[in-house]
Write a protein that binds this ligand. Structure first.
Ligand code: UDP
Ligand code: MG
Length: 314
């Protein structure tokens, strides 16, 4: 079996960490080649996501001095997820498996060898999972973990505490290619591909240099995108709310009729009160119902593959 590995690294304004990252990842590749775990034409693909600093110049220089380094420059900034997708699509045609990792190497590069070992045992997708988040700030940790919980609640298949550090074989990436959606949330899509999967656990480190390219605003947008790209549950929730309001209106109608019978109410109170709850309930329910249809349209326009074939016998 040929085992050409590609490490795909999206980079946005990463000039401060790049030199270090290049050396460390080249070390990983040559180490694995020496151990005969991967082929010697394995490589690292740096994807420059429209950086404004010297990132691309650094990639070019690294490409000249290190034989394992390849580069891909995107015409503009398209965001982490799209940059990663670009790298995966480019790498899949010239490799047998890809490992995606962030340029700041917060994820443990030693886990790459474990991933490669699991690839040997027939896994198509290996997730890198953070066993602890001690190096993250309290704020980042709580928001991130809250996010994974909400995702689960919303019925999105995702791997807890896994970011985009993972190994995918060529056919897994080909499966991913069939997802045509524009709102890309890889962590949600990859688990729906299927195949044999496994996790490796590691400690997450602090960023080597530079600052996070995911400030709170981007993180919230990312979380919101993740949920609305996968789940139509928020709409079902609105519909449920409408039903609850109508039920409440029925209960209230009994109560207010009883009060009216007892005589001590202001004239007009009963009818206004009931109208408010009934109409409110019906409107909320209707919005939810319309939302359900929009949700269906939404899922249709994504044109996701309905299945991915793993093997054929004939
Ligand atoms: N990144 C990118 N395009 C962007 C933003 C980020 O390619 O528009 C890359 C960035 O260079 C890094 C990875 O995505 O390799 C993750 O970003 P970062 O480490 O800043 O995120 P954090 O670890 O703070 O969540
Ligand atoms: Mg980072």
């Amino acid at each position: 079996m040929s085992k050409r590995l590609a490490i795909v690294v999206p980079c946005y304004n990463e000039e401060e960490v790049l030199d270090d990252t290049v050396v460390k990842l080249c070390g990983v590749i040559s180490d694995l080649i020496i151990k005969k775990k991967i082929d010697n034409d394995s490589f690292i693909l740096f994807v420059d996501d429209g950086s404004k600093d010297k990132t691309w110049e650094k990639i070019e220089a690294a490409n000249k001095s290190f034989k394992y380094v390849k580069g891909l420059k995107l015409a503009g900034n398209v965001g982490h997820q799209n940059a990663l997708l670009a790298g995966l699509m480019y790498a899949k045609d010239i490799s047998d498996a890809t490992v995606s990792i962030d340029a700041d190497l917060q994820d443990d590069i030693d886990a790459i060898e474990k991933m490669s070992d699991l690839w040997d045992t027939g896994c198509d997708i290996v997730y890198g999972v953070r066993s602890s988040r001690e190096t993250d700030s309290f704020f980042k940790r709580t928001t991130a973990q809250g996010f994974y919980k909400v995702m689960k609640l919303m019925g999105v298949k995702s791997v807890y505490n896994h970011a985009d550090f993972r190994l995918m074989t060529k056919r897994a990436v080909e499966g991913l290619e069939q997802f045509k959606e524009r709102n890309l949330f890889l962590r949600g899509i990859v688990p729906t591909i299927g195949y044999k999967t496994e996790c490796v656990y590691y400690e997450r480190k602090e960023r080597m240099a530079g600052e996070s390219k995911y400030p709170l605003k981007k993180m919230l947008a990312f979380a919101f995108d993740g949920i609305t790209s996968f789940s139509t549950k928020p709409m079902t929730f609105i519909m449920g709310l409408g039903i609850l309001m109508i039920v409440f209106a029925f209960i209230m109608s009994i109560y207010s009729l009883l009060r009216r019978a007892s005589g001590n109410v202001i004239v007009g109170w009963t009818s206004l009160w009931l109208a408010m709850w009934f109409i409110g309930g019906i409107i909320t329910f209707s919005i939810g119902l319309v939302g359900e249809y929009i949700g269906k349209i939404y899922l249709e326009v994504k044109e996701r593959p309905r299945y991915i074939v793993e093997k054929e016998l004939d």
